[in-house]
Design a protein around this ligand. Structure first.
Ligand SMILES: CC(C)(COP(=O)(O)OP(=O)(O)OC[C@H]1O[C@@H](n2cnc3c(N)ncnc32)[C@H](O)[C@@H]1OP(=O)(O)O)[C@@H](O)C(=O)NCCC(=O)NCCSC(=O)/C=C/c1ccc(O)cc1
Length: 564
């Protein structure tokens, strides 16, 4: 969000104000910002996400001719009026022609497209539960998610359709191949179902709205249950943030994937409530991004660290980037060094890191103004309104005062209901009093700014995508020449981290590093591929048999240093 267009007085009010209040009696940090008037989170019980989002669209007059989405490749535009119509038609088509009923899970397998928000909102409007996946995932990864989520129907991009064949679930293609007339497409449903009836919506805020997959603090991928209440809260907070920072008239650029919470909340749902215009890229590519910024005079980009690094490295090329005023950073830690270089190179752009998780439905902490972000360049912002946090010491379990480190626990209206069909993981993650254990190590300063210093959870972040070590270890242990294995994150300047495997070979085996990498590469999505292998006699483990990853991470640093 951009601060340079704040209403008179707003900027100084926010930059001088503390973002949270620490109560030493309870050890709780509370957000100090209170939502007022139309920014309050709606409390009506009988409300669903799509009805709420549609109620925020420009009114049905000339103002609904405002452009909501522009396809950067084709320049195709969708106005808010057209978007409203497509959402209703597709929802009616899903109801009448595919029998979708309240609670039915629908699996969406597509990269970003101009109709992605329509698909999400139509599913939510008809009472379906949205589950999404990266289309570059393998057939077996996709099949696993289809089974785990209990999806009854899929909507898939033509290039990914084949990955669903073995699941046997009926599939609608996003755009029809003119040569294959048997397929029903989303576009056809939008065109043909306009006059079909959609029965009265009977959903409540506590109903399940989405199941997005995350590995949480440990283990493999789990379905994060997000209710309509969670989504409505996160959208309300995003709309408030857009308005507070006067970003309502900004042109946004979207390349972050809408199949993850970050992209879904910003571009699939939230910014539509702020009535912004978004230029959509099917996937990230540096030159295309620079071109899109110049052509569409883009002002605002919610981004991720690898993209910010790519912008730092880009040298010239003659693109006019003067329209750009705000770049956000989420999904992975942004190094202080990269942030400083970015600010030196693009001094007219506000760089604002934020913090959120799938389990907190995206929202948790953000910066209102760039002055705050510059003054605390290693922070991830202050708590969003309506949030509380604790910093809990691992050994004692005692909540810590400002500047003391511990695990960040969060409480707020966006915190997930739990993991689908996984009581054990749910109760280990959402603990007494409704606190969400984030698995991140950090602290607050005395003004309530959050600093994330390390990750305690067993997770690798490659390009902002989660890679669960447990998933790769399970694959490795299936190799007949592998006795034991452990996977850890290895720092990487371009992608943040890459997966590295420590392998105990079976006696007499001459298995090579290359063979290990190829074995895994054939079974996982590209971002999960193991990029480095080391052989070891024994995997270090605790008395309880838990892999001592920190020991291996320290060892990997030594090994790599000695090889340089
Ligand atoms: C733009 C990135 C950084 C780079 O894109 P890429 O270069 O295409 O690389 P990928 O990692 O996507 O793809 C891996 C490989 O697959 C390839 N690939 C790629 N898309 C294709 C294709 N459609 N066909 C075929 N091959 C392909 C790609 O070329 C590449 O190949 P290779 O280099 O050979 O390994 C991309 O990774 C990306 O968008 N990452 C962001 C992930 C993300 O959004 N994570 C959010 C998780 S949720 C979260 O943390 C919430 C935070 C949050 C924080 C604050 C808030 O306020 C709210 C929320």
């Amino acid at each position: 969000m951009d601060a340079s267009r704040n209403e008179p007085g707003t900027r100084s009010m926010f930059s001088s104000r503390r973002k949270s209040n620490y109560d030493p009696k309870t050890g709780i940090y509370h957000s100090l910002i209170r939502l007022e008037g139309s920014h309050k989170i709606p409390t009506t019980a009988n409300l669903d996400t799509a009805t709420f989002v549609l109620s925020q669209f420009p009114s049905l007059d000339q103002s609904d001719m405002k452009v909501a989405l522009i396809d950067s490749a084709t320049n195709r535009r969708l106005t808010y009026r057209e978007l409203r119509r497509s959402i209703h038609s597709l929802a009616a088509g899903l109801y009448q022609r595919f029998g979708v009923r309240k609670g039915d899970v629908i699996f969406v397998l597509s990269s970003n497209s101009i109709i992605y928000p329509t698909i999400c909102l139509a599913i939510l409007l008809v009472g379906g539960v949205l589950t999404t996946s990266n289309p570059i995932n393998t057939e077996s990864e996709i099949t696993k998610q289809v089974l785990d989520s209990g999806a009854k129907l899929a909507i898939a991009a033509p290039v990914a359709m084949h990955k669903l064949l073995s699941t046997g679930i009926p599939t609608i293609v996003t755009t029809r191949d003119p040569l294959n007339t048997n397929e029903v497409s989303v576009e056809e449903l939008i065109d043909s179902c306009e006059s079909m009836e959609l029965p009265e919506n009977k959903q409540t805020q506590s109903d399940m709205a989405a199941v997005l997959y995350s590995s949480g603090t440990t283990g493999t991928s789990k379905g994060v249950i997000l209710t309509h209440g969670n989504l409505i809260s996160t959208i309300t907070l995003l709309k408030w943030a857009a308005e507070t920072t006067s970003a309502k008239d900004d042109i946004f650029l979207c390349f972050i994937p809408m199949f993850h919470i970050y992209g879904l909340v910003f571009f699939g749902l939230g910014l539509l409530c702020a009535n912004t215009t978004t230029v959509l890229m099917n996937r990230f590519e540096l030159q295309s991004m620079l071109e899109a910024i110049q052509t569409h005079k883009v002002n605002n980009i919610p981004a991720v660290p690898p993209v910010i690094l790519a912008m730092v490295r880009y040298n010239g090329g003659g693109y006019d980037l003067s329209s750009l005023r705000s770049v956000g950073s989420g999904a992975a830690p942004l190094s202080k060094h990269v942030a400083t270089r970015f600010r030196e190179k693009f001094p007219w752009v506000d760089l604002k890191p934020g913090y959120g998780l799938t389990e907190s439905c995206g929202a948790a902490a953000f910066f209102v103004s760039s002055e705050e972000a510059i003054a605390r360049s290693a922070a991830s912002g202050g708590l969003f309104p309506s949030f509380s946090a604790k910093v809990v010491d691992f050994e004692s379990g005692i909540a810590q005062p400002p500047y003391s480190e511990g695990e960040i626990w969060l409480k707020g209206p966006t915190v997930m209901k739990g993991y689908l069909g996984n009581e054990a993981a749910t109760s280990a993650t959402i603990v007494s009093g409704g606190w969400l254990r984030t698995g991140d190590l950090g602290y607050f300063d005395e003004d309530g700014y959050l600093f994330i210093v390390d990750r305690i959870k067993e997770l690798i972040k490659h390009n902002g995508y989660q890679v669960a070590p447990a998933e790769l270890e399970a694959i490795l242990l299936n190799h007949p020449h592998i006795l034991d294995a452990a996977v850890i994150p290895l720092e990487n300047e371009d992608a943040g981290e890459v997966p590295m495997a420590y392998i105990v070979r079976a006696t007499g085996s001459e298995l090579s590093e290359e063979q290990v990498m190829q074995f895994v590469a054939g079974q996982v999505a590209p971002y999960k591929k193991i990029k480095r292998v080391a052989f070891i006699n024994e995997i270090p483990k605790s008395a309880a048999g838990k892999i001592l990853r920190k020991d291996l991470m320290a060892q990997s640093k030594q090994t790599i240093k000695s090889k340089l």
